[in-house]
Design a protein around this ligand. Structure first.
Ligand code: PLP
Length: 395
């Protein structure tokens, strides 16, 4: 069929591929320990849901403002001030149908076809595809293992060309869980400001952070705020993945541009989801704190367990709910043909019934990503299987 050429360069989603395989195995009666999902195993807090139910009872089901409900944007402004030390007004906030939608709004508003978007490696799977689909050119930047794969000023400077328009910075990172310090971010902002490059600061995991004093890029200075489009949402922090709710905070001009684009493409996200998001902001601080403390204790269990498995190491996670595991020792021993991480993950799933994501999906083939958004028993059993698999490879 004569479909769009856009599809020619699009890589199918690894994570969706793994989920389908797991579903197929489940339907054949095979239990799988699933550590591949980037989705909280909690449900949306009841107090938040109540706002959605009430809005339906009151027939809040008509078209509303394109950039999002006024009360929701007011609450987002308060949250950004209180928790992130960022000063925004409500016309600088655009609420969208998930952070994915916010990212594509930002790309469409800022980049021209053929311009480069800088993406440090490892990266979240969808960025390169989103950049290509919106006409840009993903330009990957290698970062160093010894620096926890955080982008340095030098690496950034070396990657920038006259054609670079935007840098994508994920903090806390998916897949590593690493978190930038204030001074690291200041260096990056200085370079981007001087070179006229926008920063898309994807801070969707910002509330799931195990270090004090998380720094939002836009909080650093007026200059930082001017060039930054902050991405945030409700999927990870309030377990609202399926309700699809995200938002951007940016300067007024960019916000206006994104709102115009969204007006044509989606109008605004579902009002019911917006009311639930509003409820989450006004009522659910304790629920969020509870979820974060559970993630933290799982992370600690996982670290303890992985520290006792030979031939593996990892990037120490300070946020999000992922661990990026370095299997370079294993890859030297493993008999693979095209991609170590894909073949390793396939065998891990088929033979040991554990689902994890191959590092190649994030740009690095010697790694796997595991998610600890699952119960402790699953984590322990899966890491036991990992140890067994690695023993089998070495013996
Ligand atoms: C770094 C990052 N940004 C954005 C998203 C998308 O979030 P949403 O479900 O709100 O579209 C994800 C989801 O996995 C993510 O990991």
């Amino acid at each position: 069929m004569n479909l769009s050429k856009r599809l020619d360069t699009m890589t199918p989603s690894f994570t969706i591929g793994i989920s389908s395989k797991v579903k197929e195995m489940n339907s054949n009666g095979i239990d799988v320990l699933n550590l591949s999902i980037g989705e909280p195993d909690f449900t949306v807090p009841e107090k938040a849901k109540a706002y959605g139910k009430k809005s339906l009872d009151e027939n809040c089901t008509k078209y509303d403002l394109v950039p999002g409900l006024k009360i929701l944007r007011e609450e987002i402004v308060k949250k950004l001030k209180k928790e992130n030390n960022c000063d925004y007004s409500i016309d600088e906030i655009v609420v969208s149908s998930g952070a994915k939608n916010s990212i594509t709004n930002a790309l469409l508003a800022v980049t021209n076809p053929g311009e480069e978007v800088l993406i440090p490696k490892p990266y979240w799977v969808s960025y390169p595809e989103m950049v290509k689909l919106t006409g840009g050119i993903p330009k990957f930047i290698d970062t160093k293992r010894e620096n926890g794969f955080k982008l340095s000023k030098e690496e950034l400077l070396n990657a920038i060309s006259d054609n670079s328009k935007m840098l994508i910075l994920t903090n806390p990172s998916n897949p590593t869980g690493n978190v930038y310090t204030k001074s690291e971010l200041e260096e990056i902002v200085d370079v981007c400001y001087e070179k006229g490059i926008f920063i898309l600061a994807d801070e969707i995991y910002e509330r799931i952070c195990y270090v004090d004093g998380f720094t939002s890029v836009a909080s650093l200075s007026e200059k930082a705020k001017e060039i930054t489009i902050t991405i945030n949402g409700f999927a990870k922090s309030v377990a609202m993945t399926g309700l699809r709710l995200g938002y951007t905070a940016s300067n007024r001009e960019v916000a206006k541009a994104m709102s115009s684009i969204q007006g044509h493409l989606v109008s605004h996200p579902s009002l019911t989801a917006q009311y639930i998001g509003y409820g989450a902001l006004v009522e659910c601080e304790d629920d969020i704190k509870h979820m974060v403390s559970v993630y933290r204790s799982r992370r600690d269990i996982l670290i303890e367990r992985l520290d006792n498995i030979e031939h593996v190491s990892y990037i120490h996670p300070f946020g999000a709910f992922y661990m990026f595991i370095d299997l370079s020792d294993v890859s030297k021993k493993y008999n693979w043909e095209k991609s170590f991480s894909i073949e390793f993950c396939e065998e891990f799933l088929n033979k040991y019934h554990v689902a994890v994501v191959p590092g190649i999906a994030f740009g690095l083939d010697d790694y796997i990503r595991i998610s600890y958004a699952c119960d402790e028993d699953t984590l322990i059993n899966a890491t036991n299987k990992l140890e067994e698999f690695i023993d089998d490879i070495f013996n």
